[in-house]
Design a binder for this molecule. Structure first.
Ligand SMILES: Cc1cc2nc3c(=O)[nH]c(=O)nc-3n(C[C@H](O)[C@H](O)[C@H](O)COP(=O)(O)O)c2cc1C
Length: 477
Protein backbone atom coordinates (compact mmCIF):
# COMPACT_ATOMS: atom_id res chain seq x y z
CA UNK A 1 0.00 0.00 0.00
CA UNK A 2 1.20 3.53 -0.73
CA UNK A 3 2.34 5.63 2.21
CA UNK A 4 0.18 8.73 2.88
CA UNK A 5 0.77 11.53 0.41
CA UNK A 6 3.26 14.18 1.46
CA UNK A 7 1.43 17.47 2.08
CA UNK A 8 2.62 19.13 -1.11
CA UNK A 9 1.01 16.39 -3.20
CA UNK A 10 -2.27 16.19 -1.31
CA UNK A 11 -5.22 18.44 -2.17
CA UNK A 12 -5.11 19.98 1.31
CA UNK A 13 -1.41 20.64 0.91
CA UNK A 14 -1.95 22.14 -2.49
CA UNK A 15 -4.38 24.66 -1.02
CA UNK A 16 -1.76 25.61 1.55
CA UNK A 17 1.10 26.26 -0.83
CA UNK A 18 -0.52 27.06 -4.14
CA UNK A 19 -0.58 30.86 -4.18
CA UNK A 20 2.76 32.30 -3.09
CA UNK A 21 5.16 33.19 -5.90
CA UNK A 22 7.94 31.15 -4.28
CA UNK A 23 5.71 28.09 -4.49
CA UNK A 24 4.41 28.81 -7.98
CA UNK A 25 8.04 29.15 -9.08
CA UNK A 26 9.04 25.80 -7.61
CA UNK A 27 9.14 22.27 -8.98
CA UNK A 28 6.15 21.35 -6.78
CA UNK A 29 3.22 22.27 -9.04
CA UNK A 30 4.86 20.14 -11.72
CA UNK A 31 5.25 17.20 -9.32
CA UNK A 32 1.59 17.55 -8.42
CA UNK A 33 0.67 17.63 -12.12
CA UNK A 34 2.69 14.47 -12.76
CA UNK A 35 0.85 12.78 -9.95
CA UNK A 36 -2.53 13.87 -11.37
CA UNK A 37 -1.52 12.46 -14.77
CA UNK A 38 -0.52 9.14 -13.20
CA UNK A 39 3.11 9.76 -14.15
CA UNK A 40 4.69 9.85 -10.70
CA UNK A 41 5.68 6.56 -9.09
CA UNK A 42 6.53 6.69 -5.40
CA UNK A 43 9.23 4.28 -4.21
CA UNK A 44 8.49 3.81 -0.53
CA UNK A 45 11.18 1.27 0.42
CA UNK A 46 14.74 2.40 1.25
CA UNK A 47 17.01 2.85 -1.76
CA UNK A 48 20.81 2.89 -1.78
CA UNK A 49 22.27 6.08 -3.37
CA UNK A 50 25.24 3.96 -4.50
CA UNK A 51 24.11 2.74 -7.97
CA UNK A 52 20.65 1.45 -6.88
CA UNK A 53 18.84 4.78 -7.22
CA UNK A 54 20.49 5.24 -10.61
CA UNK A 55 19.39 1.74 -11.66
CA UNK A 56 15.75 2.61 -10.87
CA UNK A 57 16.01 5.81 -12.91
CA UNK A 58 17.74 4.12 -15.83
CA UNK A 59 14.99 1.49 -16.03
CA UNK A 60 12.23 4.11 -15.75
CA UNK A 61 13.71 6.10 -18.63
CA UNK A 62 10.60 5.72 -20.82
CA UNK A 63 8.30 5.47 -17.83
CA UNK A 64 7.07 7.58 -14.94
CA UNK A 65 8.89 10.13 -12.85
CA UNK A 66 10.15 8.57 -9.60
CA UNK A 67 9.88 9.97 -6.07
CA UNK A 68 12.12 8.14 -3.59
CA UNK A 69 10.71 8.48 -0.06
CA UNK A 70 13.70 6.96 1.73
CA UNK A 71 17.26 7.24 0.54
CA UNK A 72 19.70 5.48 2.84
CA UNK A 73 21.74 7.86 5.00
CA UNK A 74 19.54 10.95 4.54
CA UNK A 75 16.21 12.34 5.72
CA UNK A 76 15.67 14.05 2.36
CA UNK A 77 13.58 12.66 -0.48
CA UNK A 78 14.88 12.41 -4.03
CA UNK A 79 12.97 12.90 -7.31
CA UNK A 80 14.12 12.05 -10.82
CA UNK A 81 13.08 11.37 -14.41
CA UNK A 82 10.83 14.44 -14.24
CA UNK A 83 11.32 16.32 -17.53
CA UNK A 84 11.88 13.20 -19.58
CA UNK A 85 10.50 14.11 -23.01
CA UNK A 86 8.67 16.74 -25.03
CA UNK A 87 5.25 15.99 -23.54
CA UNK A 88 6.49 16.45 -19.98
CA UNK A 89 8.43 19.62 -20.76
CA UNK A 90 5.46 21.12 -22.61
CA UNK A 91 3.18 20.24 -19.68
CA UNK A 92 5.64 21.87 -17.26
CA UNK A 93 5.43 25.09 -19.30
CA UNK A 94 1.64 24.83 -19.69
CA UNK A 95 1.82 24.54 -23.50
CA UNK A 96 1.50 21.88 -26.23
CA UNK A 97 4.58 20.00 -27.53
CA UNK A 98 4.23 21.71 -30.93
CA UNK A 99 4.50 25.12 -29.22
CA UNK A 100 7.82 24.48 -27.45
CA UNK A 101 10.19 25.89 -30.08
CA UNK A 102 8.16 29.08 -30.62
CA UNK A 103 7.74 29.58 -26.86
CA UNK A 104 11.44 29.25 -26.06
CA UNK A 105 12.28 31.32 -29.14
CA UNK A 106 10.09 34.14 -27.78
CA UNK A 107 11.84 33.87 -24.40
CA UNK A 108 15.16 34.52 -26.15
CA UNK A 109 13.75 37.58 -27.97
CA UNK A 110 11.67 39.06 -25.15
CA UNK A 111 13.37 38.36 -21.79
CA UNK A 112 11.97 39.57 -18.44
CA UNK A 113 14.41 40.67 -15.71
CA UNK A 114 14.20 38.96 -12.28
CA UNK A 115 13.09 40.79 -9.14
CA UNK A 116 14.45 40.49 -5.61
CA UNK A 117 12.25 39.10 -2.83
CA UNK A 118 13.06 39.32 0.87
CA UNK A 119 11.79 35.90 1.96
CA UNK A 120 12.46 32.49 0.49
CA UNK A 121 11.25 28.97 1.20
CA UNK A 122 14.64 27.75 -0.03
CA UNK A 123 16.34 29.39 2.96
CA UNK A 124 14.22 27.77 5.69
CA UNK A 125 17.13 25.53 6.77
CA UNK A 126 20.79 26.59 6.65
CA UNK A 127 23.74 24.17 6.92
CA UNK A 128 27.21 25.74 7.09
CA UNK A 129 29.34 23.01 8.60
CA UNK A 130 29.68 20.31 5.90
CA UNK A 131 27.09 21.41 3.33
CA UNK A 132 27.52 18.46 0.94
CA UNK A 133 27.22 15.80 3.64
CA UNK A 134 23.63 16.88 4.23
CA UNK A 135 22.54 15.68 0.74
CA UNK A 136 21.81 12.12 -0.53
CA UNK A 137 23.98 12.50 -3.64
CA UNK A 138 23.83 9.39 -5.89
CA UNK A 139 26.69 7.54 -7.55
CA UNK A 140 25.33 6.77 -11.02
CA UNK A 141 27.55 4.58 -13.18
CA UNK A 142 29.96 1.71 -12.71
CA UNK A 143 33.14 3.44 -13.90
CA UNK A 144 32.50 6.90 -12.46
CA UNK A 145 34.50 7.59 -9.37
CA UNK A 146 32.25 9.59 -7.07
CA UNK A 147 28.71 10.77 -6.31
CA UNK A 148 27.48 13.54 -8.60
CA UNK A 149 24.91 16.32 -8.32
CA UNK A 150 23.50 16.18 -11.86
CA UNK A 151 20.49 18.52 -11.72
CA UNK A 152 22.28 21.62 -10.44
CA UNK A 153 21.74 24.88 -12.32
CA UNK A 154 24.87 26.88 -11.56
CA UNK A 155 24.46 30.65 -11.24
CA UNK A 156 27.44 32.98 -11.56
CA UNK A 157 28.24 36.57 -12.53
CA UNK A 158 30.83 37.87 -14.97
CA UNK A 159 33.53 39.38 -12.72
CA UNK A 160 34.08 42.18 -15.28
CA UNK A 161 30.60 43.11 -16.52
CA UNK A 162 28.58 41.86 -13.52
CA UNK A 163 26.14 40.14 -15.89
CA UNK A 164 24.58 36.83 -14.85
CA UNK A 165 24.92 33.31 -16.26
CA UNK A 166 22.97 30.11 -15.56
CA UNK A 167 23.96 26.66 -16.81
CA UNK A 168 23.96 23.01 -15.79
CA UNK A 169 27.24 21.32 -14.91
CA UNK A 170 27.93 18.17 -12.93
CA UNK A 171 29.24 18.61 -9.39
CA UNK A 172 31.24 15.61 -8.14
CA UNK A 173 31.49 15.39 -4.37
CA UNK A 174 35.04 15.17 -2.98
CA UNK A 175 34.24 15.69 0.72
CA UNK A 176 31.75 17.57 2.90
CA UNK A 177 32.85 20.99 1.65
CA UNK A 178 34.56 20.51 -1.71
CA UNK A 179 33.66 19.14 -5.14
CA UNK A 180 34.93 19.14 -8.69
CA UNK A 181 32.82 20.75 -11.37
CA UNK A 182 33.15 19.36 -14.92
CA UNK A 183 32.63 22.15 -17.44
CA UNK A 184 33.40 22.16 -21.18
CA UNK A 185 36.11 24.81 -21.68
CA UNK A 186 34.00 26.72 -24.25
CA UNK A 187 30.99 27.06 -21.92
CA UNK A 188 30.40 30.48 -20.40
CA UNK A 189 30.71 29.18 -16.84
CA UNK A 190 34.23 27.93 -17.62
CA UNK A 191 35.08 31.26 -19.26
CA UNK A 192 33.83 33.18 -16.21
CA UNK A 193 35.84 31.00 -13.83
CA UNK A 194 38.98 31.63 -15.91
CA UNK A 195 38.29 35.39 -15.92
CA UNK A 196 38.02 35.37 -12.12
CA UNK A 197 41.19 33.27 -11.77
CA UNK A 198 43.09 35.72 -14.01
CA UNK A 199 42.15 38.45 -11.49
CA UNK A 200 43.43 36.24 -8.68
CA UNK A 201 39.89 35.62 -7.36
CA UNK A 202 37.62 32.58 -7.04
CA UNK A 203 34.23 32.84 -8.80
CA UNK A 204 31.16 32.89 -6.51
CA UNK A 205 28.61 30.28 -7.60
CA UNK A 206 25.22 29.03 -6.45
CA UNK A 207 24.16 25.49 -7.36
CA UNK A 208 20.36 25.58 -7.58
CA UNK A 209 18.40 22.32 -7.29
CA UNK A 210 14.69 21.80 -7.88
CA UNK A 211 13.94 25.20 -9.40
CA UNK A 212 10.92 25.61 -11.68
CA UNK A 213 11.35 23.74 -15.02
CA UNK A 214 11.38 27.09 -16.85
CA UNK A 215 14.61 27.97 -15.02
CA UNK A 216 16.09 24.57 -15.84
CA UNK A 217 15.26 24.89 -19.55
CA UNK A 218 16.58 28.44 -19.77
CA UNK A 219 19.88 27.26 -18.24
CA UNK A 220 20.43 25.07 -21.33
CA UNK A 221 20.12 27.92 -23.83
CA UNK A 222 23.09 28.76 -26.01
CA UNK A 223 23.11 32.55 -25.76
CA UNK A 224 25.85 35.17 -26.06
CA UNK A 225 28.24 35.69 -23.15
CA UNK A 226 26.52 38.25 -20.92
CA UNK A 227 22.95 37.26 -21.89
CA UNK A 228 21.45 36.15 -18.59
CA UNK A 229 19.39 32.96 -18.92
CA UNK A 230 17.30 33.88 -15.84
CA UNK A 231 15.77 36.70 -17.89
CA UNK A 232 14.62 34.14 -20.50
CA UNK A 233 13.26 32.01 -17.65
CA UNK A 234 11.12 35.00 -16.66
CA UNK A 235 9.44 35.04 -20.07
CA UNK A 236 8.88 31.26 -19.93
CA UNK A 237 7.25 31.71 -16.52
CA UNK A 238 5.25 34.71 -17.67
CA UNK A 239 6.52 36.72 -14.69
CA UNK A 240 9.91 37.78 -13.27
CA UNK A 241 11.92 35.08 -11.49
CA UNK A 242 11.93 35.91 -7.76
CA UNK A 243 15.43 35.94 -6.33
CA UNK A 244 16.67 36.28 -2.79
CA UNK A 245 20.21 37.25 -1.68
CA UNK A 246 22.41 34.29 -0.74
CA UNK A 247 23.88 34.23 2.80
CA UNK A 248 27.60 33.68 2.20
CA UNK A 249 28.24 34.90 -1.37
CA UNK A 250 27.31 37.96 -3.40
CA UNK A 251 24.68 36.32 -5.62
CA UNK A 252 20.89 36.14 -5.60
CA UNK A 253 19.17 32.74 -5.92
CA UNK A 254 15.66 31.56 -6.94
CA UNK A 255 13.43 31.83 -3.87
CA UNK A 256 11.27 28.87 -4.89
CA UNK A 257 14.01 26.27 -5.38
CA UNK A 258 14.34 23.18 -3.19
CA UNK A 259 18.05 23.40 -2.33
CA UNK A 260 20.89 25.87 -2.97
CA UNK A 261 24.62 25.33 -2.44
CA UNK A 262 26.62 28.53 -1.99
CA UNK A 263 30.32 28.52 -2.78
CA UNK A 264 33.15 29.42 -5.14
CA UNK A 265 34.87 27.95 -8.20
CA UNK A 266 38.63 28.16 -8.49
CA UNK A 267 39.85 27.62 -12.07
CA UNK A 268 43.44 27.83 -10.79
CA UNK A 269 42.86 24.63 -8.81
CA UNK A 270 42.22 21.69 -11.20
CA UNK A 271 41.14 18.30 -9.82
CA UNK A 272 41.55 14.99 -11.75
CA UNK A 273 38.15 13.54 -12.62
CA UNK A 274 38.57 10.10 -14.25
CA UNK A 275 35.95 8.57 -16.53
CA UNK A 276 32.65 10.42 -16.79
CA UNK A 277 29.45 9.59 -18.66
CA UNK A 278 28.48 11.83 -21.59
CA UNK A 279 25.13 12.51 -23.32
CA UNK A 280 25.93 10.00 -26.10
CA UNK A 281 25.86 7.23 -23.49
CA UNK A 282 29.53 6.30 -23.38
CA UNK A 283 32.34 7.35 -21.06
CA UNK A 284 34.73 10.23 -21.72
CA UNK A 285 38.04 11.10 -20.10
CA UNK A 286 38.24 14.89 -20.09
CA UNK A 287 41.10 15.26 -17.64
CA UNK A 288 40.71 17.63 -14.68
CA UNK A 289 37.62 19.47 -13.46
CA UNK A 290 37.56 22.73 -11.47
CA UNK A 291 37.53 22.73 -7.65
CA UNK A 292 34.45 24.14 -5.92
CA UNK A 293 34.39 25.00 -2.22
CA UNK A 294 31.00 25.33 -0.54
CA UNK A 295 30.30 27.67 2.37
CA UNK A 296 26.60 26.89 2.93
CA UNK A 297 23.65 24.77 1.88
CA UNK A 298 20.18 26.23 2.24
CA UNK A 299 16.95 24.30 1.68
CA UNK A 300 13.23 24.04 2.20
CA UNK A 301 12.08 22.37 5.43
CA UNK A 302 10.94 19.27 3.51
CA UNK A 303 13.38 19.63 0.60
CA UNK A 304 13.45 17.18 -2.29
CA UNK A 305 16.77 16.61 -4.06
CA UNK A 306 16.17 16.55 -7.82
CA UNK A 307 18.49 14.25 -9.77
CA UNK A 308 18.84 13.78 -13.52
CA UNK A 309 20.01 10.40 -14.73
CA UNK A 310 22.98 11.45 -16.87
CA UNK A 311 24.39 9.73 -19.98
CA UNK A 312 22.02 8.59 -22.74
CA UNK A 313 18.79 9.02 -20.80
CA UNK A 314 15.75 10.95 -21.87
CA UNK A 315 15.67 13.73 -19.27
CA UNK A 316 19.31 14.58 -19.96
CA UNK A 317 18.65 14.39 -23.72
CA UNK A 318 15.49 16.51 -23.91
CA UNK A 319 16.43 19.20 -21.40
CA UNK A 320 19.42 19.95 -23.59
CA UNK A 321 17.69 19.31 -26.93
CA UNK A 322 14.72 21.67 -26.76
CA UNK A 323 16.65 24.86 -25.87
CA UNK A 324 19.28 23.94 -28.50
CA UNK A 325 16.46 23.53 -31.04
CA UNK A 326 14.96 26.90 -30.13
CA UNK A 327 18.39 28.55 -30.33
CA UNK A 328 18.86 27.04 -33.80
CA UNK A 329 15.41 28.27 -34.83
CA UNK A 330 16.58 31.73 -33.77
CA UNK A 331 19.88 31.47 -35.69
CA UNK A 332 18.44 29.89 -38.87
CA UNK A 333 15.42 32.21 -38.73
CA UNK A 334 17.79 35.17 -38.95
CA UNK A 335 18.61 34.11 -42.53
CA UNK A 336 15.51 32.08 -43.52
CA UNK A 337 12.21 33.60 -42.35
CA UNK A 338 10.26 30.52 -43.52
CA UNK A 339 11.94 28.08 -41.10
CA UNK A 340 9.14 26.59 -38.95
CA UNK A 341 10.71 24.15 -36.45
CA UNK A 342 14.02 22.51 -35.58
CA UNK A 343 14.02 19.02 -34.07
CA UNK A 344 17.09 17.86 -32.15
CA UNK A 345 16.76 14.10 -32.33
CA UNK A 346 16.94 11.42 -29.67
CA UNK A 347 19.29 9.40 -31.93
CA UNK A 348 21.77 12.28 -31.73
CA UNK A 349 21.24 12.37 -27.94
CA UNK A 350 19.59 15.77 -28.24
CA UNK A 351 22.84 17.40 -29.31
CA UNK A 352 24.43 16.32 -32.62
CA UNK A 353 21.64 15.46 -35.09
CA UNK A 354 19.01 17.99 -36.15
CA UNK A 355 16.10 18.22 -38.57
CA UNK A 356 15.14 21.63 -39.92
CA UNK A 357 11.59 22.10 -41.21
CA UNK A 358 11.12 24.83 -43.83
CA UNK A 359 7.82 25.99 -45.32
CA UNK A 360 7.86 26.04 -49.14
CA UNK A 361 11.66 26.24 -49.41
CA UNK A 362 12.99 28.16 -52.39
CA UNK A 363 15.97 26.77 -54.33
CA UNK A 364 19.16 27.04 -52.30
CA UNK A 365 17.45 27.68 -48.95
CA UNK A 366 18.02 24.15 -47.64
CA UNK A 367 21.77 24.56 -48.09
CA UNK A 368 21.71 27.93 -46.33
CA UNK A 369 19.87 26.31 -43.42
CA UNK A 370 22.52 23.58 -43.25
CA UNK A 371 25.38 26.09 -43.12
CA UNK A 372 23.56 28.34 -40.62
CA UNK A 373 23.00 25.38 -38.29
CA UNK A 374 26.64 24.30 -38.38
CA UNK A 375 27.75 27.88 -37.78
CA UNK A 376 25.40 28.33 -34.81
CA UNK A 377 26.13 25.19 -32.72
CA UNK A 378 29.48 23.44 -33.02
CA UNK A 379 28.18 20.12 -31.59
CA UNK A 380 25.76 19.69 -34.54
CA UNK A 381 27.14 16.98 -36.86
CA UNK A 382 24.21 15.99 -39.10
CA UNK A 383 21.57 18.35 -40.51
CA UNK A 384 18.55 17.15 -42.50
CA UNK A 385 16.23 19.71 -44.08
CA UNK A 386 12.59 18.74 -44.73
CA UNK A 387 9.49 20.43 -46.14
CA UNK A 388 6.54 21.74 -44.13
CA UNK A 389 4.56 18.51 -44.71
CA UNK A 390 7.13 16.39 -42.80
CA UNK A 391 7.01 16.43 -38.99
CA UNK A 392 10.68 16.91 -38.06
CA UNK A 393 10.08 15.08 -34.75
CA UNK A 394 8.85 11.94 -36.55
CA UNK A 395 11.98 9.88 -37.32
CA UNK A 396 10.19 7.60 -39.79
CA UNK A 397 8.77 10.43 -41.90
CA UNK A 398 12.14 12.19 -41.85
CA UNK A 399 13.76 9.00 -43.12
CA UNK A 400 10.97 8.70 -45.71
CA UNK A 401 11.94 12.16 -46.98
CA UNK A 402 15.62 11.14 -47.10
CA UNK A 403 14.71 8.00 -49.06
CA UNK A 404 12.26 9.60 -51.47
CA UNK A 405 13.15 13.25 -51.92
CA UNK A 406 16.95 13.17 -52.26
CA UNK A 407 19.26 12.63 -55.19
CA UNK A 408 22.32 11.76 -53.18
CA UNK A 409 24.88 13.00 -55.72
CA UNK A 410 23.22 16.43 -55.52
CA UNK A 411 21.58 16.70 -52.09
CA UNK A 412 24.17 15.29 -49.73
CA UNK A 413 26.96 17.58 -48.52
CA UNK A 414 30.01 16.29 -46.67
CA UNK A 415 32.09 18.79 -44.72
CA UNK A 416 35.27 16.94 -43.78
CA UNK A 417 37.42 18.03 -40.83
CA UNK A 418 34.98 20.50 -39.32
CA UNK A 419 35.40 21.95 -35.84
CA UNK A 420 33.42 20.25 -33.08
CA UNK A 421 33.26 19.88 -29.29
CA UNK A 422 35.28 17.59 -27.06
CA UNK A 423 32.09 15.62 -26.35
CA UNK A 424 31.72 14.41 -29.98
CA UNK A 425 32.31 10.63 -29.85
CA UNK A 426 34.12 10.48 -33.24
CA UNK A 427 36.23 13.67 -32.88
CA UNK A 428 39.93 13.65 -33.60
CA UNK A 429 41.98 16.69 -32.59
CA UNK A 430 38.74 18.71 -32.29
CA UNK A 431 37.60 17.80 -35.83
CA UNK A 432 34.89 15.58 -37.29
CA UNK A 433 33.26 15.17 -40.70
CA UNK A 434 29.80 16.74 -40.83
CA UNK A 435 26.96 15.93 -43.17
CA UNK A 436 24.07 17.94 -44.56
CA UNK A 437 21.06 16.37 -46.30
CA UNK A 438 18.60 18.37 -48.37
CA UNK A 439 15.55 16.12 -48.15
CA UNK A 440 13.13 18.72 -49.48
CA UNK A 441 11.07 17.88 -52.59
CA UNK A 442 12.25 19.44 -55.84
CA UNK A 443 9.24 19.56 -58.17
CA UNK A 444 11.32 19.06 -61.34
CA UNK A 445 12.77 15.76 -60.09
CA UNK A 446 9.90 13.52 -61.20
CA UNK A 447 7.78 13.68 -64.35
CA UNK A 448 4.82 12.46 -62.24
CA UNK A 449 5.36 15.25 -59.65
CA UNK A 450 6.11 15.00 -55.92
CA UNK A 451 2.57 15.12 -54.50
CA UNK A 452 1.60 12.34 -52.04
CA UNK A 453 -1.00 9.86 -53.31
CA UNK A 454 -3.94 10.46 -50.93
CA UNK A 455 -7.72 10.93 -51.06
CA UNK A 456 -8.80 14.55 -51.68
CA UNK A 457 -8.10 16.86 -48.69
CA UNK A 458 -11.74 17.75 -48.03
CA UNK A 459 -12.79 14.08 -47.98
CA UNK A 460 -9.91 13.23 -45.64
CA UNK A 461 -10.98 16.02 -43.27
CA UNK A 462 -14.59 14.76 -43.14
CA UNK A 463 -13.43 11.17 -42.54
CA UNK A 464 -11.05 12.35 -39.79
CA UNK A 465 -13.87 14.14 -37.97
CA UNK A 466 -16.10 11.04 -38.18
CA UNK A 467 -13.33 8.72 -36.94
CA UNK A 468 -12.59 11.10 -34.05
CA UNK A 469 -16.19 10.82 -32.97
CA UNK A 470 -15.95 7.01 -33.02
CA UNK A 471 -12.61 6.49 -31.24
CA UNK A 472 -10.16 8.15 -28.85
CA UNK A 473 -7.96 7.87 -31.93
CA UNK A 474 -4.37 8.12 -30.63
CA UNK A 475 -3.50 6.33 -33.90
CA UNK A 476 -5.31 8.92 -36.02
CA UNK A 477 -2.88 10.92 -38.18
C1 LIG B 1 21.17 17.73 -17.30
C2 LIG B 1 22.32 18.45 -17.94
C3 LIG B 1 23.60 18.30 -17.46
C4 LIG B 1 24.65 18.97 -18.04
N1 LIG B 1 25.89 18.79 -17.53
C5 LIG B 1 26.92 19.46 -18.06
C6 LIG B 1 28.25 19.28 -17.53
O1 LIG B 1 28.46 18.50 -16.62
N2 LIG B 1 29.24 20.02 -18.06
C7 LIG B 1 29.04 20.90 -19.08
O2 LIG B 1 29.99 21.54 -19.52
N3 LIG B 1 27.81 21.06 -19.64
C8 LIG B 1 26.75 20.38 -19.14
N4 LIG B 1 25.51 20.53 -19.66
C9 LIG B 1 25.32 21.45 -20.81
C10 LIG B 1 25.29 22.93 -20.40
O3 LIG B 1 24.49 23.17 -19.28
C11 LIG B 1 24.75 23.76 -21.55
O4 LIG B 1 25.53 23.55 -22.67
C12 LIG B 1 24.68 25.24 -21.24
O5 LIG B 1 24.01 25.89 -22.30
C13 LIG B 1 26.05 25.88 -21.07
O6 LIG B 1 25.81 27.22 -20.71
P1 LIG B 1 26.95 28.32 -20.55
O7 LIG B 1 27.74 28.35 -21.83
O8 LIG B 1 26.14 29.58 -20.33
O9 LIG B 1 27.80 27.98 -19.35
C14 LIG B 1 24.43 19.83 -19.14
C15 LIG B 1 23.14 19.99 -19.63
C16 LIG B 1 22.10 19.30 -19.05
C17 LIG B 1 20.72 19.46 -19.61
Amino acid sequence: MLAPLPPFLSNAGRRLWGNAVEDRQSIRPFLAMLQDRGELLRIAEPVDPLFELSAFLSLADRGPALLFDQVEGSPLRVAGNLLAGRDRIAAALGILPGEIAATIHRAIREPIAPIVANHAAVQAVVERHRPLDALPIPTFFEHEQRPYITAGVILARDPESGRGNASFARVGKLDGRTALVGIAPNHHLAQLSRKAAARGEPLPIAVVLGAHPAIQLAACLYLGLGDDELHCAGRLLGEPVELVPAFTIDLAVPAGAEIVLEGTLDAADPVPEGLISEYHGMYEDYGPGIRATFSAMTRRHDAILQVIEPGYHREHIYLGALPIGAGLLHAIGAVLPNVRDVAVTEAGAGRTDIVVQIDAPRPGQARRAIHAAFAAVSMVKRVTVVDGDIDPWDPIMVDWARCNRMKLERDLILLPHSGTDRSEPMEESGLVTKIGMDATAKPGDRAEGVARALPPAAVLERARAKLRALTAGAWLA
